[in-house]
Design a protein around this ligand. Sequence first.
Ligand SMILES: O=C(O)CCC(=O)C(=O)O
Length: 259
Amino acid sequence: MLKQEVCTDQFSAEELETFRRDGFFVQRNLVPLEYVEQILHITNRDEAAHFGDIEYEADVQYPGAPQSFTDEGGRTIRRLRQAFSRDPVFARLVKETFILNRLRQLLGDQIVMPLAHHNCVMTKHPRYSSDTGWHRDTRYWSFSSSELINVWIALGSETEANGCLRLLPGSHKWELDAGQLDARRFFRDDVSQNQTLLETATTAELNAGDVVFFHARCFHSATRNYSDQTKYSAVFTFRSLDNPPMPGSRSAELPELLL
Ligand SMILES: O=C(O)CCC(=O)C(=O)O
């Protein structure tokens, strides 16, 4: 039987202060391992069948990804999208008070979960996975404001070797010049102004059940998986009721859940 020390239902005042300063907070042992096991079961089932809405490494064309579906590793899955349509376990999980109360502390009483963004299980495979450059998730999202919070749930160990999240503390507050981003709105590492900022990067090494709450404006990146085991993480985003998607945008294309 797996044993785990589970924490309280809300952030302490210090944890909130850390989140507000850094734009992220790593909450250890938050999700009971029974959830982790159920989600891994669904993930393995849908991965084996290539079932549902899937993003392949070849779709993103990031460094390290197979160039086409016919290349070796061309059918390597990067993430299983639309997690909510795959099993009720995801809805049960995000409605748990240990998640919802924390989101309320960050965003206010009425929490909405967009289904158009994240809402996925990231699957980072050995050999054919890719490097995700420094970016803000809001780069292609369109809401009244960029005040959204991501919840990244580790389903196994996440380390530098298998491509864990790296974050730039405080970057959710940065105002940037256009020249600091490239054409795809990745944070450029060839600009001296950025190089100084990149020196502040920190890694979020995680164990199963640990959760990173991070502001959608917080710059983050990750390398490919250099280990020999696949890394799995479930990821969702949340907004307050008074921060709707812009009509006609991709963010407004799918329904949302009022939690
Ligand atoms: O490669 C990763 O694990 C990071 C993924 C990510 O940040 C994203 O898809 O927005």
